[in-house]
Design a binder for this molecule. Structure first.
Ligand code: Z5A
Length: 212
């Protein structure tokens, strides 16, 4: 169907612990939406393709050391450098499925002990998601999935702290998805939820700013 004036794509964010299945589910979701006739594209943060993204990648691989606040601000800058592109795609009717966003920034940095409000500040004014899906899995279960690859944060004790940070961060609008089920079951539930939001945004829901 035609996208009329005011119609736009939906901004959908997937969050969760390492290995919760975000990457598998985001790819499936984009494909499902496309097949149903709703144009959709995948974004992921960190976006390792930019110069800032390469600095982040090198930090995650422990090839470089950075102060906790410095890496936090780089993760945020990596989202800001995509903001205008994301906005123009949304306004062109394209739904964006985003694998990690500002919530990861706050959850991981506050798990290191940084103040939550300090962590949120640099991301204020990014595009606010229309929907946040939290793929819920225990840190223990997640660690049993296809072994941790050895990146900086892929350790059980740290993931437990991240899980606690996410609990503080989430609000009533988040959809909590039981990520312990099969890939197909999770996929089906996510698709049905997202379709509702895609339709609402096509009907002209306005875009808003994060944490303002
Ligand atoms: N980070 C940060 O600190 N600050 C920020 O602002 C941002 C990120 C944006 C890199 O992120 C790190 O950056 C991350 C947070 C931090 N650190 N950690 N941890 P990333 O997104 O590049 O990497 P990741 O979170 O580690 O993603 P991942 O390893 O790709 O995990 P995933 O996307 O959640 O899961 P997956 O790849 O879809 O699946 C993982 C495995 O589980 C795989 O073998 C699958 O086949 C399997 N799987 C998936 N679903 C299922 C089900 N349902 N059943 C059984 N097995 C499954």
């Amino acid at each position: 169907d035609n996208c009329k004036s005011g119609c736009r794509g939906a901004l959908v964010v997937l969050e969760g612990l390492d290995r919760c299945g975000k990457t598998s589910q985001s790819a499936r979701l984009v494909k499902n939406l496309d097949e149903l006739g709703y144009p959709a594209e995948l974004f992921r943060f960190p976006d390792r393709n930019t110069v800032i993204g390469q600095m982040i990648s090198s930090y995650l691989n422990s090839d470089s050391q950075l102060d906790d606040r410095t890496i936090h601000l780089l993760f945020s800058a990596n989202r800001w450098e995509k903001r205008s592109l994301m906005e123009s795609k949304l306004r062109n009717g394209i739904t964006l499925i985003v694998d990690r966003y500002a919530y990861s920034g706050v959850a991981f940095s506050s798990a290191k002990g940084l103040d939550i409000e300090w962590c949120k500040a640099p991301d204020m004014g990014l595009l606010a998601p229309d929907l946040v899906l939290y793929l819920d899995i225990s840190p223990e279960k997640a660690s049993e999935r296809g072994g941790y690859g050895g990146e900086r944060y892929e350790q059980l004790e740290f993931q437990k702290k991240v899980a606690k940070s996410y609990e503080i961060l989430r609000d009533a609008s988040w959809k909590i998805i039981d990520a312990n089920r099969t890939v197909e079951d999770v996929q089906e539930q996510i698709r049905d939820i997202v379709l509702d939001y895609v339709k609402t945004c096509r009907n002209g829901k306005s875009l808003s700013q994060l944490w303002l």
